[in-house]
Design a protein around this ligand. Sequence first.
Ligand SMILES: *Cc1c(COP(=O)(O)O)cnc(C)c1O
Length: 428
Amino acid sequence: MLYKRSSQLFAEAEKVIPGGVNSPVRAFKAVGGTPIFVKSAKGAYLYDEDGNRLIDYINSWGPMILGHAYEPVVQAVIEKAKLGTSFGMPTELETQIAALAVAMVPNIDKIRFVNSGTEACMSAVRLARGFTKRDKIIKFAGCYHGHSDSFLIQAGSGAITFGSPNSPGVTAGTAKDTLLARYNDLENVVTLIQANKSEIAAIIVEPVAGNMGCIPPNKGFLEGLRQLCTDNGILLIFDEVMTGFRLARGGVQELFNITADIVCFGKVIGGGLPVGAFAARAEIMNYLAPLGPVYQAGTLSGNPLAMAAGLAMLQALDTDRAIFQRLEEKTAYLAAGIDKVLKANDVTFTINSIGSMISVHFDAAPVVDFQTAANGDNETFKKFFHGLLQEGIYIAPSAYETWFITDALTYEDLDFTIRAIDKVSKTF
Ligand SMILES: *Cc1c(COP(=O)(O)O)cnc(C)c1O
């Protein structure tokens, strides 16, 4: 496949956009080469500026769970656009999508819409701090909650001391309020809580991690967090920006029957438009302005085009209850196929998957946290990524990302992918 026009467009983009991209994961830094410029997409396929067709396993990093240019979403946006694109005043549509989200997700009474997952997580933490009147939070290494200051934190010098900034521009003052724990390690969390008694407002977690590959929680991990939070007056925040409306109609709370105190959404909830949201029981949500003292706002929050897209998406997921089952079956089929060909070609690997999320790690040991994810062989991943690209298959240009299976993928697409992986893995 040729990427001549993409390369030219990237060179032009680099002159006026830092690194040529508006979000760093889109650059090919981890794998080398230049990003592909998309012209259009439909169903399971991307069409790039050079006229190549690619089977898409990223799907805008999650939102397009029903495939690209899903007709009811496109129609909803077109119809709403004709009526005006933004008002900064309440619309009936906002109540409709809020009511549907509240009906689909367990344990939430009220929801507020924002413009990104970053905003949702940032606002959820502020709300938790305001509600508990405590400052510190616990997050897990390798979990991503958007790019707000409190989350751009790496491990400090000692396990029970505070974190340190992992980006210039994040102040030491902010970093000291974020404590870092290992995913799937309850003991580590217990230690942090004991060392910071009565200071911790919230534990924020990806209840199924998807930003260090796909890492499901070990049995008892989420249950343990729930118990620790209840026992210590800490709010449990499930960041379901990736998993919400994806792993089940009601997200991971429903999937594992665990109650979170605050839930964050993004990606699928916007149907491909910029939407985030955070939700909780009324007691907590009523702490937000204008009812309560915690301030949070947004000029374009609840934007009619975004709400129309999100509502059409949620309605589709709410109506077709078999969808999550179908997605899971496709993912299991793909996982089994990849497992078979990689074994046949003597590749060292681990496959993690759950629901419609799957990741392939080039290491033999179980991948259960950031450290074990980081042990994967990146040189093999690079060959894997570029080999698949040549075969017309687009996976994330980083070994730390999950693949997203969509309803638009056919079993022919999956078979094609498995054959391509067979071919590519013979060259490792
Ligand atoms: C993508 C993601 C975010 C950030 O969402 P943006 O819309 O990119 O700001 C937060 N948390 C999780 C779990 C995510 O996957």
